[in-house]
Design a protein around this ligand. Structure first.
Ligand code: NDP
Length: 279
């Protein structure tokens, strides 16, 4: 049976550590505040926003909510971001994605001051990651590094295969695994012989957005499997991009969905907020 990598437990550990750090920073007179912007009322986004605000409360930083109507213009949103960039009481700004279709997502991300970009999406922060400089790192991949390290998975020298090359998961994940001295392969929709490539992996990280696509054929006996996908099934239950029932007997260690990568994303957002407080 595979070791279950418990994201719920590890994210709680991280939040407890951050809570202590925040208390110490407060004792030195430093306060933290995260501005959370949501445009429109997408139900999934509302759940994420609520969970982020709850996490802020838990670790002891203030969150300020900006709930804007769907028909808000891009200029109005940019004006709010500019105001928050210039507000010394705010040290982190987060705009919940996706924004409505009439807005240019890249322009919104670029507008957030890099030193307040706690999502780690701004080109300056991504560039810093590429060249190994300090900056905010995208929360989901940063959380996966913590999951691996805190579960005792050795990364250096291992073959790591990542499926997915999105800007928020696949690409930063590849850079982080490279930083940890893994040998990294990145796969995508044009990759040939995907199962063969995946079977080379000691660590397989799956971020494709297709429910249960990864079956036992993709997994080498004893490999560590990290499932980033989240999907709501017809019966209301959640599942990942990995077919857990099939893969678990083959894997050496595996993350469940829910309770694997998901909770880590918010824990690492809090980590970035605490880093922003220390600037
Ligand atoms: P994207 O849709 O942006 O990227 C998906 C990637 O998978 C693309 O690079 C695409 O290739 C590749 N892909 C799609 N189909 C195939 C295929 N058949 N074979 C090989 N590669 C394929 O998704 P995200 O990275 O944003 O998210 C991935 C998943 O993770 C989603 O389920 C999302 O909900 C979840 N997620 C979970 C988070 C969490 O906190 N747990 C946070 C973020 C995302 P190509 O580039 O060629 O199109």
């Amino acid at each position: 049976m595979a070791q279950l990598i418990d994201g719920k437990k590890i994210s709680q550990e991280i939040k407890d550590e951050l809570r202590e750090t925040v208390a110490e920073l407060k004792a030195q007179g430093k306060e933290g505040a995260l501005a959370v912007i949501q445009v429109g009322a997408d139900p999934a986004s509302s759940v994420y926003v609520r969970n982020k605000k709850k996490a802020c409360e838990y670790i002891g930083i203030r969150s300020e909510s900006y709930e804007l109507p769907e028909q808000t213009s891009e200029e109005e949103l940019l004006a709010l971001i500019r105001k928050l960039n210039n507000d010394p009481k705010i040290n982190g700004i987060l705009c919940q994605l996706p924004v409505p279709a009439h807005m240019d997502e890249d322009k919104i991300i670029r507008a957030i001051a890099p030193e307040k970009d706690v999502d780690g999406f701004h080109a300056q922060n991504v560039g810093a990651l590429v060249i190994g400089q300090k900056g905010f790192v995208s929360c989901t991949p940063a959380g996966i590094i913590q999951l691996l390290k805190r579960s005792g998975v050795e990364i250096a020298g291992k073959n790591c295969v990542i499926i997915g090359r999105s800007n928020i998961v696949g690409k930063p994940m590849a850079l982080l695994m490279l930083r940890e001295n893994a040998t990294v392969t990145v796969c995508h929709s044009r990759t040939k012989n995907l199962p063969d490539v995946c079977r080379q992996a000691d660590i397989l990280i799956v971020a494709i957005g297709r429910p249960k696509m990864i079956t036992a054929d993709y997994v080498k006996e004893g490999a560590v499997v990290i499932d980033v996908g989240i999907h709501r099934q017809e019966d209301g239950k959640l599942c990942g991009d990995v077919d857990f029932a099939q893969v678990e007997p083959v894997a050496g260690a595996i993350t469940p969905v829910p309770g694997g990568v998901g909770p880590m994303t918010i824990a690492m957002l809090m980590h970035n907020c605490v880093e922003a407080m220390q600037e």
